[in-house]
Design a protein. Structure first.
Length: 318
């Protein structure tokens, strides 16, 4: 009889242990799990992406911590991905997600470092500058020429830069650049160290991430309006646009602003507060990319002699 009592108690304890392990497995399956942080290094104020699972469909009271400093700005919070801004004061260390006191994710190491002091935003598998390029000097001290008038642009356009509409200093919208800002100069480039000027390959990679195919990009870019690609890239601050559209959402954080374009015909300027123009392609046929305020897509313009002035965005080197 004693033997059967011992056997019964043993089986009961074993059953309880199995139930506890089962409960732990269920709990573990619902805990937030960090799989990747992209990029693995960036600076305070930069936008990064966290990949994983069980983050929750909405943020609610959940927080992402950089060591003990919580992030305050979140652009996207979904069950498998979070887009957030690195908080002020964050330093290199461990990143974790806290949903509730008893629901914390694993920790991943992240490096906080500056990449030249240029604020950045991660989009897909690229890291873009948040703002248009706004420098004029090469590493050796050589400078581009400032065009202060239409006549100046007509004379110096390849080597020139200007503020939109021959205006005064504008650190928000940035500068418009001539052709030589994009190409090699005495073995150097204008783009800061660790960055390069975004051209067709970079823009196309961005558009593909946002839902286009390479065939659509090369042959039927007007479909970008149907997919709302332009609205994803334009700043949703209506104070910058004369033709602001309520469909603009800036979901990417790219924040394009309407700096317009310097045209090759007598240096005339067009489009301030109406569209953003970026250098797109410089080999063979020169093309520029247009993001118009009231067009949900993007379009391409063409110039024969590369005498235009347009904005530049840079992408961090891989």
């Amino acid at each position: 009889m004693k033997f059967f009592q011992v056997l019964f108690i043993s089986l009961l304890l074993l059953s309880c242990t199995d139930d506890e392990e089962s409960n732990n497995i269920i709990n573990n399956e619902t805990m937030p799990q960090l799989i990747e942080i992209f990029p693995t290094a960036s600076d305070n104020g930069d936008d990064i992406i966290l990949h994983g699972k069980n983050f929750g469909g909405e943020r609610g009271s959940s927080l992402v911590y950089f060591n003990d400093i919580p992030a305050e700005s979140y652009r996207i919070w979904a069950d498998t991905v979070i887009h957030l801004t690195i908080p002020t004061g964050a330093v290199s260390g461990k990143v974790r997600i806290v949903k509730k006191a008893e629901e914390e994710s694993n920790e991943l190491y992240f490096t906080v470092k500056s990449f030249g002091g240029f604020p950045s935003v991660a989009i897909g598998r690229q890291v873009w500058m948040k703002r248009n390029l706004n420098i004029i000097e090469y590493p050796n001290g050589d400078r581009l020429v400032r065009a202060l008038s239409d006549e100046d642009w007509e004379k110096y356009c390849y080597h020139a830069w200007c503020y939109p509409n021959n205006g005064k200093k504008n650190d928000t919208v940035g500068k418009l650049y001539g052709y030589y800002a994009l190409v090699e100069h005495k073995g150097m480039y204008l783009a800061p160290e660790g960055w390069h000027v975004a051209l067709k390959k970079d823009w196309d990679k961005l558009f593909i991430h946002l839902g286009m195919t390479q065939e659509e990009i090369d042959s039927n870019y007007s479909i970008s309006a149907e997919k709302g690609i332009g609205d994803m890239l334009k700043s949703n601050d209506s104070t910058f646009w004369d033709n602001y559209s309520p469909t603009i959402n800036n979901i990417t954080g790219f924040g394009a602003l309407p700096g317009g374009i310097r045209w090759e015909e007598k240096g005339k300027y067009y489009g301030k507060r109406s569209f953003a123009a970026f250098w797109y392609k410089i080999d063979n046929t020169v093309r520029y990319l247009i993001l118009d305020g009231d067009n949900s897509g993007w379009s391409l313009g063409m110039c024969i002699f590369a005498e235009i002035g347009a904005s530049i965005r840079c992408v961090r080197d891989e």
